[in-house]
Design a protein around this ligand. Sequence first.
Ligand code: ADP
Ligand code: GLC
Length: 445
Amino acid sequence: MKIAFVASEAFPFAKVGGLADVVGSLPQALKKLGLEPTIFLPWYSGIQGYYVGESRFDFEGQSEQVGLGHLEHGGVRYVLVGLPDFSRERPYGYDDDFRRFVRFSLAVAELLRDFDIVHAHDWQAALLPLLRNQGWFTGRTVYTIHNLAYQGTWGSQDFYAWSKLPGETYYGAGLEHNGRVNLMKGGIVNSDAVTTVSPGYAEEIRSPYFGDGLDGVLREQSYKLRGILNGLDTDYWNPADDRYLSQHFTVKDLRPKAKIRAALLGEFGLEDNPTLGVVSRFASQKGIDLIADALPGLLERGLNLLVLGSGEASLERTFAWMAAHHAGRVAYAQGYNEALAHRIYAGCDGFLMPSRFEPCGLAQMISMRYGTPPIVRAVGGLKDTVRHGETGFLFEYPDATGLLWGVDEFLRHPNRLEVARKGMKTDFSWEAPAQQYADLYRSLR
Ligand code: ADP
Ligand code: GLC
C-alpha cells in the first residue's frame, strides 16, 4: 500500500517542534510493517536532495513550474517540492505563510496520482482532502491534527481571488468557518478519517474549552475521529547510544547519568541542587509563564532551573532576566539547540512541562526515556503518557500553585530512582501506534 505523507516539517530536515519528529519517524515504522511511505516536504534551503525534474500546477490562474528533488532517509523516500518563498531562515513564522502553504498543497496535489492513501498533517497540508474531493487526485485521505491552535485561516475574498479555487468550495466543501476560510476545518470535513495524536486530546477537542472554535465541527465528525498516541524514534532517542552524550546509560546502570549532570551544572554555573529541566517552544500552550510565576517557590524549595527554548519575545526576556538575577540557580539558553536538548533530558533530575493543553507531547516521553521524571500538567497526551507517582508526576491546576504541588509530589516521593527506572522501561516506540495507523489505512481501502 502506497502512502503519501504531506507535511511542513520532518526531522532531521526541517524542525520546529514535535510534528517534525513524528513525520520523520512514523513512516520508517510503517515501512517495517510492509507499507510504502513517501514524504512530501517543501524543499527548504539547506536540504541536500538531488534534482529529478519539474512539474507544473495552476496558481493565480497561471501555470507555475516547480522543481522536484528526491532523497532517501532511514529507508524512506522524500519528494522535495521546490517552490519560491521556501528558502528562508525558518520553515514558517512569516506573514505570508498561509499563501505559501496553499501553494505547496496545490503543487503536491499534482504529484499524488499513484497513492492509495494521502495522509495530510496539520493546517499546512489541510487543503489536500478537499482537493481530492474536487477530483485533483484519487486515493483515500487521512488528516491528522497535531495542534488545533494553528488552523490556517484567511479572508475568503482574497483567498478565492488568488487561489482560483471554485467559489462553491467555500460553503459547499466546508472551507468556511466563522466567515473566513479555515483550512483545518476543510481538512476535517473532507477527509475519510481524522486522527489526533493522543486519545486524551481526541476527547478534549470535542469540548468548547479545548476545541478552539472547532469543537462543534469535531463533535459532528466524531464518527471518524480517533486518537493514536505518538511514538518516539527510540533509536535516535536512546540514552545507551546517544551521539550528543559523553556518557551512556541504561536502566540497569544509571550511574553515568551523574557525570552528565555534573558536566551540565558546571557548564551553566549551577549550584549542586536538584535541577529541573525545560526544553520547549515558548508559546502560551506550554505554560512557560507558569514556571516564571512559580520561580520564588522553586527557589525556596532549593531547586535549580535549567531552561532551553525560544519563541514569544516577552517570555525570552523574562527568562533572561531571571537567569541574570539568580545566577547559580537559574540558567537560560535561548534558541533551538539539539545537542543541549539531549544533555538536558539526560542530565537533569526532573523535567517540567506545565502545558495548558498538549495534543501529545514528546518531550515528556523523551525525558522518561532518559530517566528524568517529568512533572507535567494532567492534560491531553501528558495524561495519557505519564503515570502519577509511577513514571512521573501530574498536577491539575494551570497555575503556580498547581505546578508547585506537582513539584512537591516529586520532592516527597520516597523513591525517585524507581520512578526514573519505570519511565525508562516504558515502551514509547512506534511499534504499536504504527500498527494502529496501518489498520486505519487498511480499513479505508
Ligand atoms: P511541540 O511539538 O508542541 O513543540 P513536543 O513535545 O511534541 O512539543 O515536541 C517538541 C520537540 O521539539 C521535542 O523533540 C523537543 O526536544 C524539541 N524542542 C523543543 N524546543 C527545543 C529547543 N529549543 N531546542 C531543541 N529542541 C527543542
Ligand atoms: C504538536 C503538539 C504536540 C505533539 C506534536 C506532534 O506540535 O503541540 O503536543 O506532540 O504536535 O504530534
